[in-house]
Write a protein that binds this ligand. Structure first.
Ligand SMILES: NC(=O)c1ccc[n+]([C@@H]2O[C@H](COP(=O)([O-])OP(=O)(O)OC[C@H]3O[C@@H](n4cnc5c(N)ncnc54)[C@H](O)[C@@H]3O)[C@@H](O)[C@H]2O)c1
Ligand SMILES: O=P(O)(O)OC[C@H](O)CO
Length: 311
């Protein structure tokens, strides 16, 4: 642990790949880090007691129940909640930060999201991320705690856009994996990711996010990382689908969480309800459901009605 004249107490919820990496970043900066996981020996109460930051890196499926557990415990009035989960709640379509904010209406909630493949960060490779909150001083606090010469943290004034960027890109990362699994080449991948970004912007802006946020670290940045790296679990899922495996076979051997599978399902419903065209997302959904093959999805996308690029 480095020497820090102003050490903070950071409680990390979730001892998976991302929670562990974030804990290491804070600890390297000389902060006191306590990590809770449902399998661990430390109680949730003892981990969050007196924490300056309570950071959740729980998979989406566990966020609501963990937030409820935290609510039943004494939480320091100074605690800032940080969410690093990239997903959508299947029941409510809420984003993780909304789950935390609804559960703790009087506490600051900060979103942390960016092109952050945890295995690279664990190897001490350089990376950057964005932190965003409706309370700017809370985002600045988190920026200071996690920033280092290896981890550059930017503040951003659009928490909704930052969170949606990291969440929506998982669907496109699956599509990019399919594209590579089918060996469709670089032109096809570039077209897919660019049109995928258009879909993210389309639904994201309708959701209330700012368009420019999707061209920042948590949107375009995370697309570039996950659509081009075999370290991304979402990409891995797509790649194996494109190589002919079934989703059941893939999930039996997948290490960690691929949030894009659930996100695709929630997104397709929302897009339908709001009359938003999301052709790539829809084809990813149908492939994940086993309704069509990746080859059929490709042909559906290529044979859509002709249209102008910007519409
Ligand atoms: N790994 C990365 O590179 C990375 C980077 C940025 C963001 N994320 C996001 O962070 C989140 C976690 O990813 P990860 O890679 O650490 O996943 P992981 O599968 O390695 O870990 C998930 C953690 O959530 C916990 N969890 C799951 N369900 C739970 C429940 N019902 N109750 C309590 N705990 C529960 C697990 O025990 C585990 O500690 C995901 O939303 C992911 O999209 C991951
Ligand atoms: O492994 P993935 O696909 O969940 O991606 C991890 C992070 O979201 C990368 O920023």
């Amino acid at each position: 642990m480095g020497t820090n004249p102003n050490p903070k107490l950071v409680a990390i919820l979730g001892a998976g790949a991302w929670g562990t990496a974030l804990g290491n970043l804070a600890q390297t900066n000389g902060h006191q880090v306590r990590i809770w996981s449902r399998q661990g020996s430390q109680t949730l109460a003892s981990v969050i007691e007196g924490a300056d930051i309570i950071l959740s890196a729980i998979s989406m499926k566990g966020v609501s129940s963990v937030a409820e557990q935290v609510k039943s415990l004494p939480v320091s009035p100074k605690s800032i909640f940080v969410t690093a989960t990239k997903g959508l709640d299947p029941q409510t379509t809420c984003l993780p930060s909304q789950v935390w904010q609804i559960t703790f209406p009087d506490s600051p909630v900060v979103v942390l999201s960016g092109p952050n493949l945890s295995k690279e960060i664990q190897k001490s490779l350089p990376a950057a991320t964005a932190v965003a909150s409706s309370i700017p001083s809370a985002a600045e606090f988190v920026q200071v705690v996690f920033s280092s010469h290896l981890f550059r943290v930017y503040t951003n004034p659009d928490p909704l856009g930052v969170e949606l960027g990291g969440t929506l890109k998982n669907v496109i990362a699956i599509a990019a994996g399919v594209c590579d699994g089918l060996q469709l080449g670089t032109n096809a991948k570039a077209a897919l990711v660019t049109r995928g970004l258009t879909e993210m912007v389309r639904i994201g802006v309708q959701w209330g996010a700012k368009m420019e946020t999707f061209y920042g670290l948590s949107g375009l940045g995370d697309l570039l990382a996950t659509c081009n790296s075999a370290l991304s679990r979402n990409y891995q899922v797509g790649y194996q689908l494109g190589s002919g495996k079934t989703l059941t076979e893939i999930l039996a051997n997948l290490e960690g969480t691929a949030e894009g599978i659930n996100t695709t399902q929630v997104l397709v419903q929302r897009a339908k309800q709001q009359y938003i065209s999301m052709p790539i997302t829809e084809q990813v959904y149908r492939v994940l459901q086993g309704e069509i093959t990746p080859e059929q999805a490709l042909s559906e996308l290529m044979l859509r009605d002709m249209k102008p690029e910007y519409h």
